[in-house]
Design a protein around this ligand. Structure first.
Ligand code: AMP
Ligand code: MG
Length: 425
């Protein structure tokens, strides 16, 4: 499907005034996941995308077992009695089951995790016991009911049920869960290969001399960091001059070697039209102006070269705009491309400790510092100057304050939505 097939179905589409949600929706409809998987051992699989549902091959736990240290008994012995005396006939340890048979009015000393002996369905915890000898215990029944302190076979996970769904990005808990099922290996999607380069004649790479009017290229480093956290392999193609031939050659080479290409700079209104014409020739590319700040201009689509294709994200040049556009558009798209269960960024609502000026009709993203105030409530304040070239504001921030499209100015004490950097991939 071409981009225009998607946008033709949107009643209020206008490439020169797209809302953040519209742009996200077009991207979501356009991206087709890449195919390819590999089998990895559990430790290697951390952070990778699960390629197929994991069906539990066993019951977890495998047997009914005790949730407490205490004494296992026949639940029927409890009925109607206030005080109960039982004969102790053996011991069940975790990993060493009691194999004998328990008669009525008998019990077995049992430890947490030990298999409940045949006939036992209830455990009286150690601390309920008022009198103990080697051969007998005495306790008050009180609130103890049949089935108390028993973990049922398969209650964590029943054999044949889905333990983890395809598309899950594997967490430490998932590795543990897979291990608990006895699975040493797992099928994951192959890693994405993402090519990056920066455009701009004023850009200098590290190690080069900085002449007047030039700046060091920082975008390739923020992009490298964000992509690496996302689990992508990064193909860094350096700085490319604002020259249509060099640009085309670089685009083609990136397309032939990567699943996606992310560039920065060169997509603003003032930028050379030859770039647009060249890109349009290479594939299906749209140039958008998104109602957001920072990060207004963006190019998106797919290019082709030598029978290969790659998705393309042409991000703006300003360093903060690059990061914001990456998080709002590229991140979820790349997760979708890698076959992951892509979810929108999780926002939390907190009080703003500062007044923020906001114009309705565009999404505004400010850099924020979220902190616990003296009254024990969370509050967020802005990092001060919010120019989209001020990368320091991003470095000092621990969150972004997301002011929605229709929102007006915020007074101190109003609630705002915040996107935490911590844990963001
Ligand atoms: P542009 O979108 O190309 O017009 O760039 C907007 C601003 O971002 C200009 O001030 C550029 O110098 C700056 N800029 C563009 N690319 C980079 C980069 N890779 N690293 C640092 N600054 C950049
Ligand atoms: Mg430029």
């Amino acid at each position: 499907m071409r981009l225009q097939d998607i946008t033709a179905c949107m009643s209020d589409f206008a490439s020169e005034a797209l809302t953040v949600q519209q742009a996200q929706e077009i991207i979501r409809q356009y991206i087709q996941p890449v195919c390819g998987m590999e089998k990895l051992t559990l430790r290697q699989a951390l952070g990778r995308v699960l390629a197929a549902d994991i069906i539990s091959p066993i019951n977890v736990p495998a047997h009914d077992n005790s949730a407490m240290d205490g004494y296992a008994l026949h639940g029927e012995d409890l009925s109607g009695l206030q005080e109960l005396s039982l004969k102790v006939v053996g011991t069940a340890l975790a990993g060493m089951a009691f194999t004998g048979t328990i008669e009525a009015h008998q019990c077995v000393r049992i430890m947490t995790g030990a298999v409940l002996p045949a006939g036992c369905d209830t455990v009286v915890p150690q601390e309920f016991i008022s009198k103990i000898s080697d051969s007998e215990i005495r306790f008050t029944v009180g609130n103890l009911r049949i089935g108390d302190n028993r973990r049922l076979k398969g209650e964590d996970l029943a054999m044949g049920k889905i333990a983890i769904r395809k598309g899950k990005i594997l967490t430490p808990a998932d590795l543990g869960l897979l291990a608990s099922l006895g699975l040493p290996e797992v099928n994951v999607q192959r890693r994405l290969r993402v090519a990056i380069f920066s455009t701009g004649d004023e850009l200098r790479s590290l190690g080069e001399v900085l002449e007047t009017g030039c700046v060091y290229d920082s975008n390739r480093y923020t992009l490298y960091g964000m992509l690496t956290r996302l689990g992508c392999d990064v193909l860094d193609m350096g700085v490319v001059q604002d020259d249509p031939e060099i640009l085309e050659a670089t685009m083609r080479s990136a397309c032939e070697n990567a699943d996606a290409i992310i560039t920065s700079g060169g997509v603003s209104v003032g930028d050379a039209d030859h770039t647009r014409r060249m890109m349009e020739r290479l594939g299906d590319i749209a140039f958008w102006s998104i109602a957001m700040r920072p990060g207004r201009p963006m190019a998106f689509g797919k290019i082709n070269s030598l029978g290969k294709s790659a998705y393309f994200f042409g991000l703006p040049g300003n360093p903060v705009a690059v990061m914001v556009s990456f998080y709002f558009f590229a991140r979820q798209a790349l997760q979708q491309l890698m076959g992951a269960d892509a979810r929108p960024l999780p926002l939390i609502t907190v009080k703003s400790d500062t007044a923020i000026r906001k114009r309705p009709g565009r999404t505004e993203i400010q850099r924020g510092i979220l902190a616990m105030r003296d009254d024990g409530e969370l509050g967020v304040s802005t990092t001060g100057s919010q120019g989209s070239g001020i990368l320091r504001s991003m470095s000092e921030a621990n969150c972004m304050i997301v002011l929605a499209h229709d929102q007006v100015s915020v007074a101190s004490g109003d609630k705002v939505s915040v996107l935490l950097f911590d844990g963001l991939i």
